[in-house]
Write a protein that binds this ligand. Structure first.
Ligand code: DC
Length: 250
């Protein structure tokens, strides 16, 4: 995987830990609003946004293309080892993270119903998760990163200075995902979307390696009845209280 931030090789351990404290970890189930909130918090605090779900989705796009048997651990492990995933952070004008698999852009294929359905199976693989964790720690090692996912605070970056667990009711999360899909031109029933989310919640929370959990020191926000703006305000305030600087040094 190509790395777009600095790597940790030449840093002392204390320096690494200090940098990793300047990380905001946002975990939670699908559809809770993590991506929108993380992107906006990153913009406000001038941090880099790291969408770890996009990495699992990119590998899933590749797995479906080949195709690879999603229940075969050895095949998924091999696939993770030989696939090059590159994340290009958004710009000020276009905050979308662009994703490339083996140098081909797949950004528009990451959120199709097929990928939505398959991605939890890919993310269950211990080898895939190990591979992703190593890459994600390296990407975050420069600090000033907002990393969003399921296991960021619990496994990938437990040193993070600010940990948020963002959730919402299943019905509200399904409504949001359904509207997103409709806006992108997909004709799907809301009940199907809700069922898919329920299924993914179950797989993400029950898997053996790094399941979705709220760590005890994470600040819990239920976004069911909150606007994005309100959630962002809460996260930024919480980070400031935790001593994270609002602006990354230039
Ligand atoms: O956040 P998302 O919907 O884009 O995540 C896609 C899938 O990847 C989801 O099923 C859970 C998985 N995932 C994970 O297991 N760990 C992460 N850190 C991020 C995502």
């Amino acid at each position: 995987m190509e790395i777009y931030l600095s790597n940790m090789k030449n840093m002392s351990r204390d320096n690494q830990l200090a940098k990793l404290r300047n990380v905001i970890a946002i975990d939670g189930p699908a559809g809770a609003g993590k991506s929108t909130v993380a992107r906006e918090v990153a913009h406000r605090m001038q941090y880099v946004y790291l969408d770890t779900g996009a990495m699992y989705r990119a590998l899933t796009v590749r797995a479906l293309q080949e195709p690879v048997d999603l229940t075969e651990e050895a095949a998924l492990a091999q696939l993770a080892a030989r696939t090059d995933i590159e994340l290009r952070p958004g710009t000020y004008e276009d905050s979308r993270v662009r994703v490339f698999v083996d140098q081909k852009e797949v950004t528009d294929q990451l959120r199709t119903p097929e990928v939505n359905e398959a991605v939890s199976y890919v993310a269950q693989s211990p080898a895939v998760r190990h591979h992703m964790k190593v890459q994600q720690r390296q990407l975050a090692s420069a600090g000033w990163v907002v990393a969003e996912g399921r296991d960021i605070a619990s496994h990938v970056l437990p040193e993070a200075g600010c940990k948020i667990f963002l959730t919402a009711s299943l019905e509200e999360r399904a409504r949001r995902r359904w509207e997103e899909l409709r806006a992108a031109g997909y004709q799907v029933h809301k009940e199907t979307v809700q069922e898919n989310l329920r299924q993914r919640d179950r797989i993400d929370s029950e898997r053996k390696v790094a399941p979705l959990v709220r760590v005890p020191d994470a600040y819990m926000i239920d976004s069911s009845c909150l606007t994005i703006e309100q959630v962002v305000e809460m996260v930024v305030e919480y980070c400031k209280r935790g001593g994270l600087s609002a602006i990354r040094p230039g």
